[in-house]
Design a binder for this molecule. Structure first.
Ligand SMILES: Cc1cc2nc3c(=O)[nH]c(=O)nc-3n(C[C@H](O)[C@H](O)[C@H](O)COP(=O)(O)OP(=O)(O)OC[C@H]3O[C@@H](n4cnc5c(N)ncnc54)[C@H](O)[C@@H]3O)c2cc1C
Length: 388
């Protein structure tokens, strides 16, 4: 057997890195990170396309309202190397670009269409005191009315979730903007955000990884963890922190646990670079219509006028796309909480702690993944060093 550590961290994405950095800041050095890829950053990694930065896990913005996460990230990539933005997005709908969110920009549609959608809006169940449904599909109809739901938000989500759409619940809906008909852009996550001025989003995580040098093993995909906490037959840990999709690490888990893991559903994303220019001031465009193969475009020249081109995100695996991620969105299906409770109880009994988007199977953004990593390290090191 190889090396022994207090903590083995699976995955060098934002959650694993934040956890590890905080361990180090608290004086704990007995840890190792095992990372499948040859670079840190997870879904937040960036590359160069057309000569300038591109985020290879899709467009990534730093939520400006999360002061703890911002302070942490700025300690690696200083605040003066980020630009502050007010979110400005568009929706490409029936051949024209309208503002986001849809329901606040009905006036931009042709008159007949506008009237039909206003009618849908007026008839929405939520407006008439009907109880909130438990399925996402019904919830969208309840919020927006049948027509807006079918033509816009369900059509968009169909592209994102495919056949999983009817299985989604409603307990993740803090991700969506609250419904509103005024034009103010003051909605939900990322109303205001930061993006680096000279780099892609991934730069901050490369810098984090730098201070963890010697603690990260790259190109090391965890496949199995034995009953006595030996990872890949080589690394032994008193505690294992898992930030990776459970499906990838479970080869040695008991059959009933593998079966539970199989009930956790997810979708992927393909990211593709285009060097043309789309003439708009918006930072991102959503595409609900079926005949357009992607669901979102991110226009980087609206972050930085020297960076031409844009990239698109599609849930359908495209063999020609430069970047495809099998695990992009952990599906928030109805009934998954019970599965997670059983899985986590079993895992904790084996000293495996879930963390982050995949470990906790939570549809969270980077800032939240970071905060969860920081908090977990605090909990484990409370009252001095050692495994909590
Ligand atoms: C299209 C898209 C757009 C997004 N936009 C934003 C945004 O604008 N703003 C924002 O804040 N967030 C955004 N997010 C969410 C953000 O990417 C995640 O919240 C964040 O990356 C979660 O960090 P994590 O460390 O939990 O997971 P990940 O980033 O997924 O990191 C997990 C790490 O584990 C590694 N790994 C996986 N399997 C194994 C294995 N078996 N062995 C070893 N290592 C393994 C992976 O390579 C990866 O490095 C977006 C996500 C997507 C898909």
């Amino acid at each position: 057997m190889g090396s022994t550590h207090r903590y083995i961290i699976i995955g060098a994405g934002p959650a694993g890195l934040a956890f590890a950095v905080n361990l180090l800041r608290k004086g704990e050095k007995s840890f190792i990170i095992l990372e499948r890829e040859s670079q840190a950053g997870g879904l937040c990694r960036s590359a160069v396309a057309g000569g300038y930065p591109m985020d290879i896990g899709g467009g990534h913005l730093l939520e400006a309202n999360n002061t703890r996460a911002c302070k942490f990230i700025f300690s690696f990539l200083p605040e003066n190397q980020w630009k502050f933005y007010i979110r400005q997005n568009g929706i490409f709908f029936r051949g024209q670009l309208i503002g986001f969110p849809f329901e606040a920009h009905l006036h931009q549609l042709p008159e007949k269409m506008r009237d039909e959608y206003m009618d849908s809006w007026q008839k929405a169940g939520a407006k008439h005191g009907e109880p909130c449904p438990e399925s996402f599909v019904q919830w969208v109809k309840w919020q927006l009315g049948e027509r807006i739901a079918q033509d816009y938000l369900l059509a968009y989500n169909q592209k994102l979730w495919g056949k999983l759409l009817p299985e989604l619940g409603v307990d993740w809906l803090h991700k969506l903007p609250p419904k509103r008909t005024d034009k103010a852009q003051n909605f939900a996550a990322h109303n205001t955000f930061y993006y680096p001025t000279q780099h892609g989003f991934g730069e901050a995580f490369l810098r984090m990884a730098k201070i963890l040098e010697g603690h990260i093993v790259y190109d090391c995909a965890v496949e199995k963890i034995s009953g006595d906490n030996v990872v890949n037959g080589h690394y032994k840990g008193a505690k294992i922190i898992n930030t990776a999709p459970w499906h990838t690490i479970c080869a040695d888990f008991p059959e009933d646990i593998q079966k539970l893991i199989g009930e956790l559903k997810y979708t992927g994303v393909s990211v593709e670079y285009h060097h043309q220019r789309i003439d708009t001031d918006t930072q991102a465009i959503y595409y609900p219509e079926e005949d357009i193969p992607y669901h979102r475009a991110v226009l980087r020249y609206n972050y930085n006028r020297h960076w031409p081109g844009y990239w698109t995100e599609s849930a359908v695996s495209k063999s020609q796309a430069a970047y495809h991620h099998r695990f992009a969105y952990p599906a928030q299906t109805m009934g998954r909480q019970e599965v997670l409770d059983r899985l986590f109880a079993w895992a904790r009994g084996r000293s495996i702690e879930p963390l982050g988007r995949w470990g906790q199977w939570a549809y969270i953004n980077t800032d939240q993944a970071i905060c969860r990593g920081l908090e977990l390290a605090e909990n484990f090191t409370k009252g001095g060093l050692g495994v909590g």
